[in-house]
Design a binder for this molecule. Structure first.
Ligand SMILES: Nc1ncnc2c1ncn2[C@@H]1O[C@H](COP(=O)(O)OP(=O)(O)OP(=O)(O)O)[C@@H](O)[C@H]1O
Length: 293
């Protein structure tokens, strides 16, 4: 496997009224074709910024990105993005939503009949062929997200970029979607970069977990190779000592090495002594949640 997606020393400064804000600092990562990489890190560390640079929606201030030897400067169909909130057009059916993307990419290379077959094939891949003529408001959250994934896959992108794709789903639907994604990944061998806040999800799905330091000037803290055999089964993995070791390493990075102190906004009118217990309580809660995760 050769390097496919090359992220080379990217830094980004956002303009703010107080001057430039350096969100990312010299972040480098090489991803191989067919690799599944998760980005994990505390809220606000810069995960979406990295993904937006890969998508070509944002430009790095310094450094750059190359995909299959070609510099990434703007959005393109070789990089499909799946967001948390399945951005389907509400007035179009599931079929028509996928069709829109397919037309954009294959207008000149597929006949109408080929396009129809291709759309159906991709909806079938995410187990949505039975509901392909329904509109988004007739679909559940998980079904909408399946259509979003079918739409992205149907573009046959070189890289699938996923920004917390299952973050808005209930735990059971989320587990089904993770299993579907592993199945698709096994069949298609996509190159995937996925943002997640879920440690179990990251370990279950990834070949590598990239753990980011807290911002500002965030970068990569550690990279964990998840060399668990595939296909992976969540039930048997729960008892697997390697799985638990990987999980532990991510938790330790997030809640010990990069432990985030959550500040409580100060109310100037409140007496210092009155505010102190409340601040202590929330800080303790955040700490406990962190240790329990
Ligand atoms: N357009 C912008 N202008 C100024 N600052 C920005 C802009 N976009 C992002 N930032 C800042 O850059 C940092 C990284 O933001 P980003 O959204 O990438 O974080 P994240 O890790 O994806 O967060 P979350 O997990 O909460 O989605 C944050 O401090 C954010 O406030």
């Amino acid at each position: 496997m050769s390097n496919y997606l090359d992220i080379s020393k990217i830094s980004i400064d956002f303009p703010t009224p107080e001057g430039p804000f350096r969100a990312l600092d010299e972040l480098s990562l090489r991803i191989k074709k067919g690799e599944f990489v998760s980005l994990i890190g505390h809220s606000g560390c810069g995960k979406s910024t990295v993904l937006n640079i890969l998508a070509g929606l944002l430009q790095a201030t310094e450094g750059g990105v190359a995909l299959d030897g070609k510099e990434v400067n703007e959005p393109g169909p070789d990089r499909a993005v799946v967001f948390q909130n399945h951005s389907l057009l509400p007035w179009l059916t599931a079929f028509e939503n996928v069709q829109l993307a397919v037309r954009q990419v294959f207008r000149d290379s597929m006949s109408k009949a080929e396009m129809r077959d291709w759309i159906q094939q991709n909806l079938k891949l995410v187990h949505m062929e039975h509901a392909m003529h329904k509109r988004p408001d007739e679909l559940s959250g998980g079904m909408k997200q399946r259509v979003g994934i079918a739409r992205a896959l149907a573009m046959r992108p070189k890289v699938l970029l996923m920004d917390e794709p299952f973050g808005a789903l209930d735990a059971l639907t989320r587990a089904h979607m993770q299993d579907s994604l592993m199945e698709i990944q096994r069949d298609l061998n996509n190159t995937v970069v996925m943002i997640t806040h879920d440690v179990d999800e990251a370990v279950l799905l990834s070949d590598r977990i990239v753990m980011m330091t807290n911002g500002p000037a965030a970068t990569i803290g550690e990279v964990l190779n998840i060399d668990l055999p595939r296909p992976r089964n969540r039930v048997t993995l729960a008892e697997n000592s390697d799985y638990n070791h990987f999980r532990q390493q991510v938790l330790s990075f997030l809640y010990e090495k990069q432990r985030k102190v959550v500040e409580i906004p100060r109310e100037p009118a409140v007496d210092e002594d009155e505010a102190a217990p409340a601040r202590g309580k929330v800080a303790g809660l955040v700490d406990r949640l962190g240790r329990r995760a």
